[in-house]
Design a protein around this ligand. Sequence first.
Ligand SMILES: Cc1cc2nc3c(=O)[nH]c(=O)nc-3n(C[C@H](O)[C@H](O)[C@H](O)COP(=O)(O)OP(=O)(O)OC[C@H]3O[C@@H](n4cnc5c(N)ncnc54)[C@H](O)[C@@H]3O)c2cc1C
Length: 418
Amino acid sequence: MKVVILGAGVIGVTSAWYLARAGHEVVVVDRRDGPALETSFANAGEISPGYASPWAAPGIPAKALRWLFMRHAPLIVRPGFDPAMMRWLVAMLGNCTARAYRVNKGRMVRLAEFSRDRLIELRRETGIRYDERSQGTLQLFRREKDLAGVTKDIEVLKADGVPFELLDAAGCIAAEPGLANSASPIAGGLRLPNDETGDCFKFTTALAELARTEGVRFLLNRRIEAIEASGGRIIHVRTDRGDIKGDAYLAALGSHSPLLLSPLGIRLPVYPVKGYSITVPIIDPARAPVSTLLDESFKVAITRLGDRIRVGGMAEISGYSNDLPPARRATLDHCVGSLFPDAGDLSRASFWSGLRPMTPDGTPVIGTTRYSNLFLNTGHGTLGWTMACGSGHVIADIIGGKRPAIETADLAIDRYRS
Ligand SMILES: Cc1cc2nc3c(=O)[nH]c(=O)nc-3n(C[C@H](O)[C@H](O)[C@H](O)COP(=O)(O)OP(=O)(O)OC[C@H]3O[C@@H](n4cnc5c(N)ncnc54)[C@H](O)[C@@H]3O)c2cc1C
């Protein structure tokens, strides 16, 4: 079967890999001149099934109100007149109940753990390198009162069987020795030893190369203008450089997925939630993080990627803009500068923004559509890197008519019908 994949981010490329391995002819189409040049380019690098949970949670509406007025705020809302934004916000608020949180988290953890295992398997099988590290993640609490709130998280981790270590300040410094120089007080931390880190861009470009050797063709610098259907099937994809035909089509267009799907009558509740990162060259490795640290006060992740530190986070609801306001960079500089002073050269850091393809329930949309040969693998929000290999693996099974190794019925778009 010839499968046309729309989008060469980490989701499109992992899908291409598993489809090619299953024996299909695969073509990947993207408007950029290489893979992973949009949201998959400079994310925070965490592969964190342990922290896989939806942003929509009980207590979030009250917290969100507080965040809106903070200096170095983790959440920024720039409301314009955008009905899609309003619909998405209302749907997200509707998911902030204890029941919805449990259901959504269960789906996310299932996929994220399956995905981590597929990534380990892929590494073993191919030897792929991407500044990877398997040294866990540390959620750091600067204030005692934040640490007090960790009891609830621990209950969830215990219920899910996720190994964890609750650390005092000395324990945090033992896990991340660079914190000995922190200019900020440290109350304690929660360490998840099974989480991993790595550079999503390096991974995606390396996997794309491996996929090429399996026969996958990349049609780059092609803007997809429409997905054309007739009689309940997709007949081709129209691009600015001609039509592309296949037997099956997979939409993996990240935040842009709803724009191309809505003319087909597919209402995908994905909205861009913008985040920012800086990538800082390390000047003193002894002062730098060894793995990923999640700064709970600012909801910012600080990750070691080879000879660089990636600092990423923040959630800005402002539509499809990729602009780079200096105030956001100041927040990221402040986080890394206060916890790991003089570890990196902030004056040489590169500043980036990306649009997380977020669903209101935090879970991606993976599966079939009402068009018999159109499939979806999108809406991975905050955890696309964490969930990529698992998502690629299950969609390859679904397209190939095989039963996926994990339950996937509740990941399909149909879940929004009720
Ligand atoms: C600041 C930040 C930090 C993050 N940190 C983490 C993290 O630590 N761990 C984690 O797991 N996840 C993280 N994420 C989330 C993760 O990066 C995303 O979920 C993931 O990259 C989404 O991948 P994707 O392939 O769906 O989208 P993309 O990477 O955006 O790929 C979509 C592709 O579609 C193409 N495309 C779109 N429209 C068209 C068109 N009309 N024609 C042709 N091509 C088109 C684009 O060019 C792009 O290549 C973070 C995100 C951000 C912004």
